[in-house]
Design a protein around this ligand. Structure first.
Ligand code: NAD
Length: 296
């Protein structure tokens, strides 16, 4: 079998078009422009690239984009004061604090100071609780993007066996909750899981979110399973710097029914879902009808 490639780049483009169409409609009907504020502390090069890309795509879908770039030695009090100001700014519907933060800042404290209704990353403890109890939440962007691709490919996920490899708060745990919400039978595997290959072989859906280059080989994959590769790993191969996922794409795509590539799979969906979450937050804040298909 040669797997169908789930094209995250193309799918993300359709999500952005959908968001842009709703932004236009909302502006026309209510005069409200959805606004996203991104806060970057320090000069981490990867974070700078992400923030630039987020700002660019926010503007492209017709939203207001605000960037706050703070010195690496910004005090916690100053950062919390900025978040408080954004919480009270009616033109801002989404607030994202780019992680990781410098070591002297308490990440949990900072994230939990964001108004949960504006927490477009879905990391606030209230949103984690809402998602965990099956209530309407702001959902973390990367797992939301994975869910959208799975729903698009399969339609209903009900009754499928899903194995999520990785138990992080950012990807693994929210992914498992989302799959549970769509009535999958979910297993969360992690670094202490026994017989990981056999656990993965039982899956109709495999979501790999580990951060270890190509650790899942094709012989762990059940024939016809769907493989979602969240991993982003830089490696040296044949003297070149390459981006690879957590699954061995070549051997897995010989057995899987469908697979996301790296790059061009989950990655592009993450920012598209950030835009979708900002739109959702704007609709909820203004009692506007929420667009369908852009949230869990
Ligand atoms: P993390 O380091 O927080 O968590 C990794 C998880 O993998 C842990 O729960 C750990 O238990 C598990 N793990 C480690 N070694 C294992 C092993 N040998 N077997 C089974 N499980 C093992 O990482 P994260 O933030 O969840 O990110 C995971 C990967 O996804 C990284 O490559 C990251 O770069 C990528 N990522 C991509 C996006 C995107 O937009 N595509 C977003 C977030 C993270």
């Amino acid at each position: 079998m040669t797997a169908t490639v789930i094209d995250g780049k193309a799918f993300a483009a359709t999500v952005r078009e959908n968001v842009a169409a709703h932004v236009t409609r909302i502006k026309d009907e209510s005069g409200v422009t959805p606004g996203l504020a991104v806060v970057l502390v320090g000069e981490d090069p990867a974070s700078q690239v992400y923030v630039r890309s987020k700002g660019k795509q926010t503007v492209e879908v017709g939203m207001k984009s605000v960037e706050h770039k703070l010195d690496v030695d910004t005090s916690e009090a100053d950062l919390l004061a900025l978040i408080d100001q954004l919480n009270n700014d009616e033109s801002i519907h989404g607030i994202l604090v780019q992680l990781p933060l410098p070591a002297h800042l308490n990440e949990d404290l900072v994230i939990n100071s964001i108004d949960p209704a504006k927490d477009v990353d879905g990391f606030h403890i209230s949103n984690v609780g809402l998602l965990g109890t099956g209530q309407k939440a702001m959902v973390p962007c990367t797992p939301l993007g994975c869910l959208m691709m799975l729903r698009d490919h399969h339609g209903s996920l009900s009754g499928m066996n899903a194995v999520v490899i990785g138990r992080s708060n950012i990807v693994g745990k929210p992914m498992a909750n989302l799959l549970l919400g769509d009535s999958c039978t979910v297993t969360i595997a992690h670094s202490r899981t026994k017989d990981l290959p056999d656990v993965v072989r039982a899956a109709d859906i495999v979501v790999a979110a580990v951060g270890r280059p190509e650790m899942v080989p094709g012989d762990w994959i059940r024939e016809g399973a769907t493989v979602i590769d969240v991993g982003i790993n830089r490696i040296e191969r044949d003297g070149k710097n390459k981006l690879v996922g957590d699954v061995d794409y070549v051997s897995c795509s010989e057995v899987a029914g469908a697979i996301t590539p790296v790059p061009g799979g989950v990655g592009p969906m993450t920012i598209a879902c950030l835009l979708a979450n900002t739109l959702t937050a704007c609709c909820r804040a203004n009692n506007l009808v929420e667009p369908e298909g852009l949230t869990a």
